[in-house]
Design a protein around this ligand. Sequence first.
Ligand SMILES: NC(=O)C1=CN([C@@H]2O[C@H](COP(=O)(O)OP(=O)(O)OC[C@H]3O[C@@H](n4cnc5c(N)ncnc54)[C@H](OP(=O)(O)O)[C@@H]3O)[C@@H](O)[C@H]2O)C=CC1
Ligand SMILES: O=C1OC[C@@H](O)[C@H](O)[C@H]1O
Length: 372
Amino acid sequence: MGETNPLVFRWGIISTGKIATAFTKDMLVDPKTRDVHDVIHKVTAVGSRNMSSVQNFIDTLFDDKVSKPKAYGSYEEVYVDPEVDAVYIGTPHTSHYINALDAIKAKKHVLCEKPVTTNAAELRSLIQAAKESNVFFMEAMWTRFQPLVLEVKKIGESGELGRPVVLHADLSGNYDIENIPTTHRILDPYLGGGALLDIGPYPLVWAIIALYEHPLNESTIPAVTGSMLKTPITGVDCNTCFTLNFFQSKIAAQAVLSCSINVDSADPGVTIRYEKGVVRIKTPIFCPKEFEVEYTDRGKVVRSTKRKFEYVGGGWHFQADEVARCVRDGKIVSDSWGHVKSLLEMDIFDEVRRQCSYMFPPGVEKVILATE
Ligand SMILES: NC(=O)C1=CN([C@@H]2O[C@H](COP(=O)(O)OP(=O)(O)OC[C@H]3O[C@@H](n4cnc5c(N)ncnc54)[C@H](OP(=O)(O)O)[C@@H]3O)[C@@H](O)[C@H]2O)C=CC1
Ligand SMILES: O=C1OC[C@@H](O)[C@H](O)[C@H]1O
């Protein structure tokens, strides 16, 4: 399928919050601006718990030049709309499981925001359901699809820097937790609040890309240790760090990862030290625009390069291109960010929470035991 016959891929948007707005705006960006010619995205339906929110969402984002999506005052109506190919879920973490399950049961393909679920048992249950319904299902780990990230991955795997040895990654944000309402999703334990689940996926995705996916690692699972400081305000984790030791394969590398909700990010947000050089990635690590590579010889810098990446839109559209192409090609799992990597993420988060005795209130986790 070439430029003359692009696939028109139809999205149903679930919820009208901050990230649903950002994702929808990116669906309106002409894919040709990022050199994509085989896919066109179209938003055909938006669902909200509230009809006035959905109407406002559509009026704000869709001008008269684009066809307006259907407005639904429920999520369920989006799941059964025959003019929707895939559903994008932008609700709080603790709703992902039920929203994704409902969409999958209605035989819709699903792209679900990060963290894909609140625990690994929920994710295993969703993967099983997606297989039974034969639908594509992916966590919206948008960072994994961005051009800068793919370039850093390529450099790391080329071998020119030698073996990766230590990776540091931090993503933090000052959410003004002393002053925001305790019902804000970052503070509310009933919405899966805290640093680990909300921003922990980003330091982790860098460890997965640079170390777990490195050919020397041969998909070996790392050992995990975690440490948390919890805020007395609501008890959610405020400062969390975790290490991953990749020691059972030829890679022999360590990742030191951190995330906080009461301070700005470290910059550079990611530093990857290799035997023969270092890669530094400028924050924000969820959609970095700049990185540098220093090549060293016996401790001395012999060469360095800086690269900048720009594109039209926020960067959420790259993952949407992946969904459309996978569905077009009859795949139910992405080769780049497949179920195995989301499971690795959720197993690591479960383990960090277990070590740090961080439990959500009863009823928040919809599945407790693995179904496999
Ligand atoms: N990929 C990325 O860059 C980002 C991802 N995220 C992820 O997206 C998810 C949502 O975050 P964000 O958009 O910031 O959140 P918001 O609070 O801005 O939006 C969430 C929306 O979900 C719907 N919703 C359904 N149930 C609830 C509930 N019980 N409480 C509150 N809202 C509910 C509401 O939409 P309605 O009323 O229309 O039904 C609401 O507007 C999180 O899982 C987060 O981790 C967040 C920010 C960036
Ligand atoms: O995914 C995210 O990235 C940006 C953060 O500000 C946000 O809280 C988080 O959900």
